[in-house]
Design a protein around this ligand. Structure first.
Ligand SMILES: NC(=O)C1=CN([C@@H]2O[C@H](COP(=O)(O)OP(=O)(O)OC[C@H]3O[C@@H](n4cnc5c(N)ncnc54)[C@H](OP(=O)(O)O)[C@@H]3O)[C@@H](O)[C@H]2O)C=CC1
Ligand SMILES: CC(C)(CO)C(=O)C(=O)O
Length: 354
């Protein structure tokens, strides 16, 4: 039953979603449900599902709504001449250069592109290949998973964070009215680093083969993530890089919190555990589909920052190597050939990395 309602067409110009995947379909779906003219650029694999089933959005409280297939504007290439007023860049980081190039070929000079991706440098990378467009950074705090054909579930909470600029400030009411509350931030880099520290859980989640909630309830897996975050925090301190708080508790508390016994963790981290039991990390999706992951944009950034201040980050180096190995052997985690990584062994590997 549809609990959310398609509303009237809005006064702003069309929005283009570059990369119709989990995040793109959720954000674009919310805007379409609010009556905006949304154009989705994606792969036939995803677009065919949307053509057959429409686009369904499910919220954490179970509320669901569908944009019918005949109301979706789906494209395999970036369309030109539509007067696009905003692009949401939702491809994985490794796809940014190609996606930015395609956008620049089709869209007018100065078109606003908000990079909604994890990691730190997508906007700069995009600018370096497509300087004629206006790329800004943003951060998505919540998880989105495809739970059925064309059905995208937001599995956790939080508000979008956008790089502060007069143009992003102007978009806030529109986004909020579409159910996408957002705030703007002068120091978006600090926000991105805060999110990156949380994303150090992505490889642990991906290797575990478990949904996020189950993974966070395993003490060895939590301790593995805690070890990666702890190292990240010490590198950030050495580099004097600020991080913004992106969780209910300050990021610096996370290692201690995550090492608590599970019954205590369950109580103290109750808000953090408000995750749909089906939610998994974006890196788990990548490994399951045999795709390149964003490990270089996550653990790789900690390793790079450490080098820049004459240090090393052995735990993040180790995790980077482990994920690269899985990518190279291209066997899905959880498949009979590979199986999930043993939690206690993973913890030992990371905690003792030198
Ligand atoms: N999923 C989540 O819960 C969260 C994800 N993020 C971040 O958001 C970003 C997007 O993640 P997510 O939505 O999970 O990724 P998905 O892989 O689900 O979606 C991206 C889609 O874009 C497609 N694509 C890539 N390049 C192009 C192109 N040039 N033209 C058309 N389509 C293209 C991809 O196809 P193909 O696979 O063929 O490349 C894929 O279908 C990532 O940086 C991720 O870290 C942030 C917060 C939460
Ligand atoms: C929301 C979160 C932290 C979930 O792991 C994420 O960013 C991801 O899956 O990439």
């Amino acid at each position: 039953m549809a609990d959310l309602i398609l509303t009237d067409v809005s006064p702003i110009g069309p929005v283009l979603i570059m990369g119709a995947g989990s995040i793109g379909c959720y954000l674009g779906g919310r805007l379409a449900l609010a009556g905006h003219d949304v154009h989705f650029v994606g792969r036939p694999r995803v677009l065919d599902q949307l053509r057959t089933n429409g686009l369904t959005i499910t919220e954490p409280d179970g509320k669901t709504a569908t944009v019918p297939a005949d109301m979706l504007s789906l494209h395999e290439d970036v369309p030109s001449g539509l007067g696009i007023s905003l692009v949401l860049m939702c491809v994985k980081s490794s796809a940014t250069p190609k996606a930015a190039t395609s956008l620049a070929r089709a869209l007018p000079i100065g078109t606003l592109v908000m990079c909604m991706q994890n990691g730190l440098h997508n906007a700069e990378v995009a600018r370096s290949v497509a300087a004629r467009l206006r790329f800004l950074s943003a951060m998505v705090p919540y998880n989105v998973a495809e739970i059925g054909p064309g059905n995208f579930l937001r599995g956790s909470g939080g508000n979008l964070a956008l790089e502060e600029d007069e143009v992003t400030n102007a978009w806030l009411p529109t986004l909020a009215a579409a159910g996408l509350p957002a705030s703007t931030h002068k120091d978006i880099r600090a926000v991105q680093w805060g999110k990156l520290l949380l994303n150090l859980n992505n490889p642990v989640n991906a290797l575990s083969g478990l949904p996020l909630r189950d993974e966070l309830l395993d003490p060895d897996l939590r301790a593995t993530t805690a070890a990666l975050i702890e190292e990240g925090l010490s590198v950030l301190a050495a580099a004097r890089q600020r991080t913004a708080k992106v969780t209910p508790v300050p990021t610096s508390w996370l290692p201690r919190l995550m090492r608590l016994p599970t019954p205590v963790f369950k109580i103290l981290a109750a808000k953090m555990l408000k995750i749909d039991p089906r939610a998994r990390s974006s890196m788990a999706d990548d490994l399951a589909l045999g795709r390149r992951t964003e490990i270089g944009e996550l653990c790789g950034e900690v390793v790079k920052l450490a080098k820049s201040v004459g240090k090393r980050a052995p735990r993040n180096e180790k995790m980077l190597g482990m994920i690269r190995y899985v990518e190279l052997t291209a066997l899905a985690v959880g498949s009979p050939e590979r199986g999930p990584t043993d939690a206690a062994e993973l913890r030992k590997n990371i905690e003792t990395a030198i």
